[in-house]
Design a protein around this ligand. Structure first.
Ligand code: NAD
Length: 495
């Protein structure tokens, strides 16, 4: 049976099971503007969710150079019915026991909308196994995420023959709107795709520790100092193709293929996880943590992931391309007929990446320039011009900049920039920015003179008549406003 045509009108999600994964899903939906209701019988569910949200709010928005939509409402529901009744998306995140999941689907489908998508976070069960005995099997499919769900884009979407292709496509499109990268698994198998790979590595790692070849720290170092860095951006096959030299993958397979026949690995065996081995692994991993709590480790992980993803975003590579595509869909304020020319322009609205903070937790000096450079680029785009980062021959470049620091900005704080256009010579843009904190206080001002030039020779050039007219209209509109504090300020001037 095919569920009714999916509706996109209501952006309300229900999360059933609020542990590690459910909390991550709740954060991903809410920070992308969805209202979320969570159901979990654990009386500690609200507290656990709050802990996840603290980490998610400090990291996910900082992947982007534009503001995410306003956060949706988050409610911990007291009954399953209250949680799922109006949800367009229901994400099941209960423990990995098939009978438990079957019972949960029976209850969900009693109350849920027929057109809702019911995604399961299962790490291992096939969708057809999950659908057994369900009232509407076609409504259920696997949407397997990765921890932390609010930061990692991958979600394995695993349908069974019972799922209609249009239902699967709609699920993928919703996940993309959440900034995720749905990877549709072509054939349902136990443990899907990624966990198959991970389990092979995990088995080998357990053997190496069991046989006292390595400590848990040695195994982790073998990954994080070498191939782990490669995998974040090119995966396995693309990396090995390069490893084959100029002859590529064919040479690589001829050279290293025979080694697969040697008894290097113990893939099909598992070491007995007796008390002694469990103790050894637990003690060694505790020692590795070097006194860091799980929460501290999560924050370090998240900060590193944000930096890696931002680096990949800059090159539109791997998971960074997913973030870039999502960012491109986030709204900016266009200069259209409805823009009030007599009000300062909002040129930046964003959350400061945690990693832009100095040791004291405040926005570091160079980042003020980065924020003001974004504001400059925004004005240039608004008036229809190009900047030095655009692939065109003529555009605006900054020739004079002055930043005045007034109050600190904390890492992960939400900021916005209000920009005024001041009178200037033809071919120039004279911009005055106020960087404001979420509480409205001015944290810094930036005054910049931009010159229109031939970007190759850096000789001055005149902008088109259309650009000049746009600039003039804004300058005249802003001229009626009182002159803001700090305009024309010199370095070292008091105040
Ligand atoms: P968890 O133990 O952290 O959380 C499970 C939560 O479900 C608990 O808070 C529990 O109180 C709640 N729960 C139990 N019965 C319930 C019921 N009847 N209704 C509502 N809530 C109920 O487990 P987890 O690690 O979050 O795993 C959840 C699912 O996500 C599993 O299917 C797992 O395979 C999958 N998953 C886990 C990871 C991971 O790294 N932990 C990664 C991807 C997928």
């Amino acid at each position: 049976m095919r569920p009714d045509a999916p509706s996109t009108a209501v952006r309300r999600a229900a999360i059933v099971g609020g542990g590690v994964i459910g909390g991550g899903w709740a954060a991903r939906f809410a920070l992308n503007g969805w209202d979320v209701t969570l159901f979990d019988p654990d009386p500690e569910a609200g507290r656990k969710l709050d802990e996840v949200l603290i980490n998610a709010r400090a990291s996910l928005p900082t992947l982007y150079d534009r503001a995410l939509p306003p956060e949706g409402r988050l409610i911990v529901a007291s009954t399953l019915e209250d949680a799922v009744r109006e949800a367009a998306w229901i994400q099941e995140c209960v423990p990995e026991r098939l009978a438990l999941k079957h019972g949960v689907y029976r209850d969900i489908q009693r109350y849920a909308r027929n057109d809702a998508t019911l995604g399961s976070s299962t790490s291992g069960f096939k969708p057809s196994a999950l659908q057994e005995g369900a009232a509407r099997p076609a409504q259920i499919l696997v949407c397997h995420p990765f921890n932390p769900v609010y930061l990692l884009p991958l979600v394995e979407v695993v349908p069974s023959p019972a799922n209609d292709p249009s239902f699967v496509a709609h699920a993928c499109s919703t996940l993309e709107q959440l900034g995720m990268r749905p990877l549709v698994v072509r054939k349902e198998i136990d443990a899907h795709l990624a966990d198959r790979l991970l389990e092979a590595v995990w088995r080998e790692a357990l053997w190496l520790v069991n046989d006292e070849v390595a400590t848990t720290a040695d195994v982790d170092d073998a990954i994080r100092f070498g191939f782990g860095l490669r995998w974040a951006q090119m995966g396995l096959f693309e990396t090995y193709r390069i490893a084959g030299g100029e002859a590529g993958m064919r040479h690589f397979l001829h050279q290293f293929g025979p080694a697969l026949q040697w008894p290097w690995t113990k893939l099909m065996d598992v070491p007995a996880l007796d008390d002694a081995l469990i103790e050894r692994i637990a003690n060694q991993t505790d020692a590795q943590a070097d006194g860091r709590s799980i929460r501290d480790a999560e924050r370090l992980r998240d900060a590193n992931l944000v930096d890696v993803l931002r680096a990949l975003k800059r090159r539109d590579s791997g998971a960074g391309a997913t973030i870039a595509a999502h960012e491109a869909q986030l709204p900016t304020s266009p200069l259209d007929p409805t823009t009030d020319r007599r009000q300062p322009l909002t040129t930046v609205e964003r959350q400061v990446p945690q990693t832009w903070a100095d040791d004291a937790g405040n926005l570091s000096e160079s980042r003020y320039f980065e924020v003001f450079a974004q504001a400059n680029d925004r004005v240039v785009a608004l008036v229809g011009g190009a900047s030095s980062s655009s692939p065109t021959r003529h555009g605006y470049v900054a020739v004079d900049s002055h930043v005045h620091h007034l109050r600190p900005v904390r890492g992960a704080e939400r900021i916005f920039v209000l920009t005024r256009l001041l009178p200037s010579d033809t071919g120039q843009l004279h911009l005055f920015h106020q960087l404001r904190r979420d509480d409205g206080e001015v944290a810094a001002t930036g005054e910049h003179l931009l010159q229109h030039v031939d970007l190759e020779t850096r000789e001055t050039s005149l902008p088109s008549a259309a650009i000049a007219a746009n600039v003039q209209e804004l300058v005249e509109g802003h001229a009626v406003l009182p002159v803001p504090f700090g305009v024309g300020r010199r370095v070292g001037q008091p105040g």
